[in-house]
Write a protein that binds this ligand. Structure first.
Ligand code: HEM
Length: 290
């Protein structure tokens, strides 16, 4: 819905009529209602089934509401909580899941890299039932695999739209104030002037390089940059490192019977976020080392 074309964005006064005829308005209302019902259900569960000592971020927000905590100039209301949850759920889950899917697809396509990253994880983490957040710190090659995944498959390929505040010139074109601007980080990540063999999945390219995805190196802008940079950057990185480390430590991954690496389809689905178009099918085989 967020990525769909909306006439009211371009014609604020009359565009809503077109949106209404196209059914966009109705779909928006339905999606807000669905989200609302979901949040209400989540609040109910938290109120009813709260276990002694457990405290997650929904509990925390509900407590702020109960205690009438003032944030900025306003008391934190139920609507604020819903808005915060929407940011976290929409911004955080899809993007991290998309990264993990592309990483697993690239690893399945590149057995050399798969073996290398699994050896790193298994040599650092021995006899553990579950990998902890601290364990991922020392997994340097895994971090390179994730950066390389972000280079080729940035989950938000055009970042969030920006609006030009001051007129400027680029390549002979004058860009007027209020122009809507998209930054194509997908293209930046595959630019042959910046990256050698840009279409090749090669985590080693980050070995002796200072490039990271924290918004200061414009070659790799998976989390965006500037004031609109992803506020969940560290949480997102941690979730992806932690999720992949567990998947790769506990299982070996084989292709389904009769399938070869050439059959793994890397086509992208269109949208605000860029997921893999077809499902990734892999067979997990339990790795028994503990
Ligand atoms: C691998 C994980 C993630 C990736 C690749 C990612 C990527 C991005 C990108 C590219 C943007 C736009 C930045 C810009 O335009 O400059 C963004 C915005 C945002 N992200 Fe993330 N993100 C991830 C995880 C998370 C997590 C875990 C959260 C929250 C817990 C989160 C919350 C948000 C929010 C709220 C915004 C909008 C900020 C605004 O309105 O300006 N993201 N993210």
């Amino acid at each position: 819905m967020l990525g769909s074309f909306s006439a009211s964005d371009f014609f604020p006064h009359i565009g809503w009529i077109i949106d209404m005829f196209k059914g966009l308005q109705g779909r928006r209302v339905k999606s807000v209602q669905d989200f609302d019902a979901f949040y209400e259900q989540m609040f109910d569960l938290h109120n009813k089934e709260k276990q002694e000592g457990s405290d997650d971020f929904v509990d925390l927000l509900l407590r702020f509401e109960k205690e009438e905590t003032v944030v900025g100039n306003d008391k934190l209301t139920r609507n604020h909580i819903k808005a915060i949850l929407m940011n976290i759920l929409l911004g955080g889950i899809d993007t991290s899941a998309i990264t993990m899917t592309w990483a697993m697809a690239e690893l399945a396509k590149n057995p050399r890299v798969m073996n290398k990253v699994q050896s790193e994880i298994r040599s650092h983490i021995k006899n553990k039932e579950r990998i902890s957040f601290d364990d991922t710190d020392k997994l340097e090659y895994l971090k390179m695999v994730i950066k390389e995944t972000w280079r080729l498959h940035p989950p938000t390929p055009l970042l969030l739209p920006r609006e030009v505040m001051t007129e400027f010139k680029i390549n002979g074109y004058t860009i007027p104030v209020k122009t809507r601007l998209f930054v194509n980080v997908w293209a930046i990540g595959r630019d042959p002037d910046t990256w050698k063999d840009p279409e090749t999945f090669l985590p080693e390219r980050f070995m002796d390089s200072n490039i990271d995805a924290k918004g200061q190196n414009f070659e790799l802008l998976s989390f965006g940059s500037g004031r609109r940079i992803c506020p969940g950057m560290y949480m997102g990185t941690t979730m992806v490192e932690f999720g992949l480390a567990n998947l790769l430590y506990h299982f070996d991954w084989k292709l389904p019977e009769g399938m070869t690496v050439e059959d793994i389809d890397m086509e992208e689905a269109p949208g605000l976020t860029m997921s893999k178009k077809s499902e990734l099918l892999l067979v997990p085989l339990k790795y028994l080392d503990h």
